[in-house]
Write a protein that binds this ligand. Structure first.
Ligand code: ZN
Length: 130
């Protein structure tokens, strides 16, 4: 099963929790045991899995990334969004989650985040559930 999630980011850089959408898609797919691939078909966005309980964690990750890869720098890319391209490659554009007993296997504190690095924009996240 292939499923597309439509995401609307609201900030230049932002982590958006898509855990519930992924869980709902896995449930709808009716796969008892398998894998859910989560893929972002963009060059200035990413996907990561990390703590969802304390919002300070996503704030700290984003603050670190923005400090490590500043918006302005010795970049040659004419579009002016090299920082976003670099963050996309650092974070990566996909994750895979094991499905067991019809549910994604996530730790108690784990959430799945779409990572916006050049927003605000309309974005897509593609799920392949097998
Ligand atoms: Zn660019």
């Amino acid at each position: 099963m292939l499923k597309t999630l439509n995401i609307k980011s609201r900030a230049k850089t932002e982590f958006i929790d898509i855990t519930e959408e992924v869980k709902a898609s896995v449930s709808k797919a009716g796969v008892a045991s398998g894998v859910c691939y989560i893929y972002v078909p963009h060059t200035t966005a990413g996907i990561t899995i990390n703590e969802g309980a304390d919002p300070s964690v996503k704030r700290d990750m984003l603050t670190f990334l923005n400090k490590a890869v500043p918006f302005e720098g010795d970049y040659h890319h004419m579009e002016g969004n090299s920082a976003a391209h670099i963050k996309s490659s650092l974070v990566g554009v996909s994750q895979s989650v094991i499905i067991d007993e019809g549910k994604p296997v996530l730790g108690t504190w784990q959430s799945i985040y779409f990572c916006e690095f050049d927003g605000p924009r309309h974005r897509r996240v593609v799920l392949k559930i097998v």
